[in-house]
Design a protein around this ligand. Structure first.
Ligand code: MG
Length: 377
């Protein structure tokens, strides 16, 4: 089997209502989807995280042509070629995000060729569905934050979620008030996480963590700078809330110091950014050395979500124990027309859990015409 074409689809979808988090606001969602075609008719799809026009240009002008003529099933050899060819220019960021998209598409083809759902090629799953946590609680522009947070908390409960993640970064006092309010609304049985998107200094993050120790939080995500391992350790050693991080990191080389030094308790590689499934498996192997649970960050389109789900399905419940189950996968509930709107059928979701697809490959099929209203390139 040989790759005959690699196409970058750059998509942009305006939002009905813009929303913000601690770093900036969104008025649209974008995605760069890669479509790989082969000489025996199989087609695979992948997605890159981050600015879609940049990753799309990297695919079109640089990395995509390197795969033409190669066997897409040789995922390891292909990954090494792409990384070796680009390491002089980009060891993480958009270059590795573009490699991630190609790697996911190659795995999609490999699993379709084997007529198996992808998670089975990655080691198999113990369960038929994976519990999700709802990602939402962004800062609205047109109504008080409390009002929106309460409304979303009630909606997530009604949708069957038993875990949800709240955005913080509005200031220590304000965050503490808002999180306590959500805790009152959802009651003690719901798992709550908070995510600062690296908004705070260690001193501020410690202050917020201490104020919220009674709120029984499952984790505190990206409390401080995403490039400062020591800042994470400072926070981790001074609050009693587990830390999560890693969505801005990439490759086994980038994750190694975080994992060796146990800088966080939950490791969150984004499969569309960290180097794809091939590299995500290596990051997970490193994490297992220090008993850190890997749960992927997932904020993409239907393709990115499916890639994260298959990757996570094949991960252990918790390293080396049969008694605890920490498996919870991110389910972004913020507005994004590029999820259900671009595939034949979305992955089945019910009562706060995703059912693992039984179809071959990623288990979702892109409808080409459905991309047209969003196409930039
Ligand atoms: Mg996050």
């Amino acid at each position: 089997m040989k790759v005959t074409s690699v196409t970058a689809h750059v998509l942009r979808a305006p939002l009905v209502e813009p929303f913000a988090f601690s770093q900036f606001s969104y008025s649209h969602r974008e995605a760069m989807l890669v479509e790989i075609r082969t000489d025996d008719g199989l087609v695979g799809w992948g997605e890159a995280y981050g600015p879609a026009q940049l990753t799309g240009t990297i695919i079109k002008e640089f990395l995509g042509p390197l795969l033409v003529g190669r066997d897409p099933r040789d995922v390891e050899a292909n990954w090494e070629l792409l990384y070796a060819r680009s390491i002089d220019y980009g060891q993480k960021g958009v270059m590795v995000a573009a490699i991630s998209a190609l790697d996911i598409a190659c795995w999609d083809i490999k699993a379709r060729a084997a007529d198996q759902p992808l998670y089975r090629l990655l080691g198999g799953a113990e369960t038929e569905s994976i519990e999700c946590y709802a990602t939402g609680f962004y800062f609205p522009q047109n109504e008080p934050v409390e009002v929106r947070f309460e409304q979303e908390a009630r909606q997530f409960l009604a949708d069957g979620f038993r875990a949800m993640k709240i955005k913080v970064g509005l200031g220590v006092e304000r965050d503490a008030e808002l999180v306590r309010h959500v805790r009152e609304v959802v009651g003690p049985a719901t798992k709550l996480m908070i995510d600062a998107n690296h908004a705070y200094t260690p001193t501020e993050a410690i202050a917020l963590g201490r104020k919220l120790e009674a709120a029984d939080l499952w984790w505190f995500e990206e409390p401080v700078s995403c490039i400062d391992v020591d800042a994470y350790l400072e926070v981790k050693n001074r609050i009693m809330i587990p830390l999560a991080g890693g969505e801005c990191e990439a490759t086994r080389f980038g994750f190694e110091p975080w994992l060796r030094r146990r800088a966080f308790d939950y490791c969150q590689p984004d499969i569309c950014a960290c180097g794809g499934i091939t590299e995500g498996m290596k990051i997970a192997a490193l994490a297992s050395l220090t008993g850190i649970h890997v749960t992927p960050h997932a904020w993409g389109s239907a393709i990115g979500q499916a890639a994260a789900l298959h990757f996570y399905a094949a991960r252990p419940r918790q390293p080396f124990t049969l008694t605890a189950d920490r498996k919870l996968i991110e389910c972004d509930r913020s507005e994004n027309p590029l999820r259900a709107g671009i595939v034949e059928a979305a992955i089945e979701f019910s009562q706060g859990a995703w059912k693992l697809p039984t179809a071959a490959g990623l288990g979702v099929t892109v409808v080409s015409e459905a991309l047209e209203p969003y196409r930039v390139v």
